[in-house]
Design a protein around this ligand. Structure first.
Ligand code: HEM
Length: 453
């Protein structure tokens, strides 16, 4: 059944250590040496298969029964083991069916308008703080997390969690990021016990506790709504709670809590990171920032940013798209071979851990001219869907459910901020990035924020 996968000649231990020590460099090296796919033997574990050919990536992602999710284990099992990002098969299908409508049509409009309102408040907060001096310093990633987690809670769960709890959420996510950073743990034999940091246990409890609190409040609120008056909100949590009465729906224990915790994280983290990286790139490319500003002035003027503005913020959209190419917040998609399976002409052994890295495929000169250059205009006559090597939201049945939310919301958030401020970061702001399940900055991203003259 198919050819053996090519292997690097060095010992498995050396490769395992290189992977654990500098994951990005290791993956880039594998891609440069093997082009399409390589299997790295890892002592005491199934091999690690790095797939860097876009056609093979899309093929694997379209076959979830053979290339299945990596089950949550270790610390990951403390948060939301069976939410939509983790579940599979019948449970996943049921859940995606129940929640799908909360991410379409009118909900995209509602999401965009919520971003518009929230970002206007943030702009006002920054302006007020600046009156006491001519600039302020902020952790840009923290500010973007507070913005996006409040939008996510309001639109998905029907309640804004407020600035203070949004900041608390940012510190929980920082602890989780440290816990999940790829390192030697990822390549030590499976029988070596790994320790969970007590600070992470507290963060996980905090996230689950917040999820439970939000569910309780919504449960109390729902019966008061008249089911015939069509005044029931269409948010995701309402959909999940109403489906409890459907005889065809079966929830395992804690399913709603797991979904809410999953969406509190998935609904904001990648968006906050992407907005942060885009603004870092704009700080490094003032001429591009100026074009975004001119577009924002022409399209939004002095109105509150809203869904009506989204389609006209075309250049801003290309800027975001290009930032997702160079700094994809989801830097790789991970799967596991559920049996001996075929991929292209190769045989992939059962249990193999599979990494499909947007990080290096998005920077491959076979698919992108001058790949290291931040050039939003490369997308002027090219739709992202037509480029197989570009998949920031993944593909196949598990592709991102929030893609439309983030694309529309990002245009408004970026345009509104750039219209009013120069957000500047240090030259090396993007040099220390960490491989956790997402691409996270090593420390905070220190930014100086000045009003536009
Ligand atoms: C720039 C922002 C975002 C990026 C780059 C991103 C990226 C991704 C990627 C790559 C996947 C596929 C993971 C896999 O196949 O294993 C994914 C799945 C998912 N995303 Fe996003 N995402 C973003 C925003 C959002 C938002 C705003 C939400 C929710 C409101 C969301 C919710 C989800 C969920 C629930 C899944 C799992 C879908 C499934 O398996 O059915 N994401 N996302």
């Amino acid at each position: 059944m198919g050819r053996e996968l090519p292997n690097p000649p060095e010992s498995g231990l050396i490769n395992a250590l290189r992977f654990g020590d500098d994951t990005f460099r290791f993956i880039e090296a594998m891609q440069a040496r093997f082009d399409d796919v390589a299997a790295v033997p890892i002592p005491g574990r199934a091999p690690l298969v790095v797939v860097t050919n876009p056609e093979l990536v899309h093929d694997a992602l379209s076959r979830p029964a053979e290339f299945s999710r990596v089950p949550a284990s270790g610390p990951a099992a403390l948060i939301a083991t069976q939410g939509l990002v983790q579940s599979e098969g019948d449970l996943w299908e049921q859940q995606r069916g129940i929640m799908g409508p909360a991410f379409m049509g009118p909900q995209v409009r509602a999401y965009a308008n919520t971003v518009g309102r929230r970002v206007s408040t943030l702009v006002e907060e920054w302006s007020t703080a600046i009156t006491e001096g001519d600039s302020i310093s902020r952790n840009l990633h923290g500010e973007m997390t507070a913005l996006t987690v409040r939008v996510a809670s309001e639109i998905l769960l029907g309640e804004d969690i407020g600035r203070e709890r949004a900041e608390q959420f940012h510190s929980w996510m920082r602890v989780a990021g440290d816990e999940f950073e790829f390192g030697l743990d990822a390549v030590t034999p499976e029988w070596v016990p790994t320790r969970t940091d007590p600070e992470f246990e507290e963060a996980a409890e905090g996230i689950l506790g917040l999820a439970e609190e939000l569910i309780e409040r919504r449960r109390e609120d729902l019966p008061a709504r008249d089911p015939d008056a069509d005044e029931r909100p269409k948010d995701m949590l309402t959909m999940l709670l109403l489906a409890e009465d459907d005889p065809d729906v079966e929830y395992p224990p804690n399913q709603i809590r797991d979904e809410v915790a999953t969406f509190l994280i998935a609904g904001h983290e990648t968006t906050a990171l992407s907005l942060t990286y885009t603004q870092c790139l704009l700080s490094q490319h003032p001429e591009i920032r100026q074009r975004v500003r001119e577009e924002a002035n022409a399209v939004i003027g002095d109105e509150t940013p809203s869904y009506e503005h989204v389609s006209e913020l075309e250049y801003t959209g290309r800027v975001f798209q290009e930032a997702l190419r160079l700094y994809p917040a989801a830097w790789a998609v991970f799967r596991q071979a559920s049996a001996d399976v075929r991929l292209g002409e190769y045989r992939v052994p059962e249990g193999a851990a599979i990494i499909m890295p947007q990080w290096s495929i998005h920077r491959d000169r076979r698919y992108f001219e001058n790949p290291a250059t931040f050039d939003p205009d490369r997308w002027e006559d090219r739709s992202p869907q037509s480029v197989e090597a570009y998949f920031p939201f993944s593909s196949g049945p598990h592709a991102c459910i929030g893609r439309q939310f983030s694309i529309t919301g990002a245009r408004l958030a970026l345009a509104a901020i750039v219209q009013r401020f120069d957000v500047d970061v240090e030259d090396g702001a993007l040099d220390d990035l960490r491989a956790t399940p997402t691409l996270r900055p090593g420390g905070g991203i220190a930014a100086t924020i000045r009003p536009v003259e």
